[in-house]
Design a protein around this ligand. Sequence first.
Ligand code: TPU
Ligand code: MG
Length: 569
Amino acid sequence: MSPLPTKYTVGDYLAERLAQIGIRHHFVVPGDYNLVLLDKLQANPNLTEVGCANELNCSLAAEGYARANGVSACVVTFSVGALSAFNGTGSAYAENLPLILISGSPNTNDASQFHLLHHTLGTTDYSYQLEMAEKITCCAVAITRAHEAPRLIDRAIRRALLARKPCYIEIPTNLSGAECVHPGPISAVTDPVTSDKAALEAAANCAAEYLSGKLKPVILIGPKLRRAGDGAEEALVKLAEAMGCAVAVQPAAKGMFPEDHKQFVGIFWGTVSTGAADSIVHWADALLCVGTVFTDYSTVGWTAMPDIPLMEAEMDHVTFPGAHFSRVRVGEFLSHLTTQVTYNSTTMIEYNRLKPDPVLVHTAAPDDELTRKEISRQIQALLDSKTALFVETGDSWFNGVQLKLPPGAQFEIEMAWGHIGWSIPAAFGYALRHPDRKTIVMVGDGSFQVTAQEVSQMVRFNLPITIILINNRGYTIEVEIHDGSYNKIKNWNYALLMHAFNGEDGNAKGLSAKTAGELQAAVKVASENTQGPTLIECSIDQDDCSRELITWGHFVAAANARPPRLPGA
Ligand code: TPU
Ligand code: MG
C-alpha cells in the first residue's frame, strides 16, 4: 500500500474510498468541470484511469466492470457527459449493479450569482441533473461544501453496495481540490447488513411449511441470485442437492447454476426454453424462486408466467403466499433452509422422462455457406472454463442461451435494460478486470454500430477479445416483432474498421467469413492474437435466424399490441 496523503482533499477522499472498496480502474471522459477531480483520482496509485470514447460507452464499460468486479466508477462532466452516462446507469439499476456515477458540476459561486453557464440548459438552475439522477440511482448526493463530502460520499457508496444499485455523486469543479478530513475505517462503508435472526428463523419455518405436503417442488433461479453476493450461489447448490429436485434457470441467470449438474434441467423461457424446462416448471406444485425477474421478455410476452403460488427469495427478503419477511439475507436463508428440507426427487425422475434426446449437430463442409447454426457450432467449440461470453440484444440472445456452458464459464447478458450496443463497452470493462478470461462477444450488426468506437479502447489496452459480429444486414429481432423499412441499416466494411482503430500502433485484426471454412480459419487467427481484439464478421442470410427468436417475437408483439383497457373493463 502507498502512504496516505497527510492532507486530504475531496478528490483524494473519493479516490481513497474507491480504492478501498476494490475498484482498480475508473472509467472517464474529461470535461472542464471534472479535470481537477481527474487529477486527484490519477494521483491515487491504486487506481488506473481508463479513458473512453464517449460517456454512453464509459457508463456501459463501467457496467461491465461492475459485473466482473462487483462495483465500478464512471466519471463524467456536467450535463453533456452525465446525460449520456445516465443510460449505462439505468442499465446498472435494472441489472442490479453498484455503479458509482461521478459528475463534475459548476463552480459553487455560480448559482448564487445567477450566471449562465456552458454545458447547462441555459437557465440559472443547475439542480436538474441531481433531480434526474435521483430517479435512476438508489442514492444521489450533490456536494456543496467540502466538509460535507466525507459524509455524503460514504453514504452514497454504502447505499449502492448494500442495494446493489448505482449511486450518483456530484462534485463542483472548485471543490475537488478543497481540503476535507481523512477517511475513517472502510468497514463503516462496506460492512454488510446481516439477517434479523427472528425473521430468518420465521422465513425458514414458513418455507418448510410451504413445501410440506407438496409432491413436485422445483427451484427456479433468476439473475438477482448472483447480484446478491453473500455466498448465495454456493448455498443454492447445497439446497438443491438436499432437496433433490429439478433446477431451472431464467435466461438472464444462465450460468448461475452449473449446467453440468445432474439437477440442471435447462433455461426456463416459456415456449423457447431449452431442454424441457418449461414442462417441468409448469408441472411443479411448489416453485422456489430465487432472485427471479419476471418481465414481458423473460415470460415471452406474459405467456409463461407461472400460475401457482410462489415462494420468492430476494437479496434481502422472502415472500410467500400470505407472508413476507424483511431483512433476511438470501444466502443465509438458503443455508438455513438446507438443514430443514427433505429429499424429494420426483421432479428429476419426471424430467429424465421428458427431456429431449441430444440432437445430432451437423458439421458444415468448409465450402458451405455460413449459417447461424454453423456459427453456434463453432462458438460452442471455443467455450471452456476460462470463457466469459457476452451476448447482445438480438438473435445473439437466443443463440447464446442455447449454448452449453462448461463449468466455470461466465455468461453475461443485459436482458432487463436491453440496450443495443451494450456488449462492446461492457466486454471491454469486464476484460480489463479479468484479463485472464477468454472474453467472447456475440453481437449483431445493428448493435455493433451503436458503440463500435469502444473497440478502439480494446486496442489501446491490448485486450484479446474475440468479437463474433453476425451480419444479417439489419435489425432482425425487430423484424420478428414488427417489420418495416426502418429495420434495414447501412452495411459497413466491419473487418476494415479494425485497421482504422489500430491507427499506427494497434494489434487488432479484422476478418470476414462467408463460409464455414473461412470462419474456422478466422477463429484460429483470433485465438493466436493475444495482443489485441479480433473481430470476425460472419455474413449470413437476412432470414437465417433462430426458431426461438421468431416464436418469442410473435408473443412479445402480441403483448405489445394489447388494446388499451378502459376503466372498469
Ligand atoms: O440479430 P439481430 O439482427 O436482431 O441484431 P442486431 O443487428 O444487433 O439488431 C438489433 C436490433 C434492435 C433494435 C433496433 N434490437 N432492439 N432494438 C431497439 C433498441 C433501440 N435502441 C436501443 C439503445 N436499444 C434497443 N434495444
Ligand atoms: Mg442484425
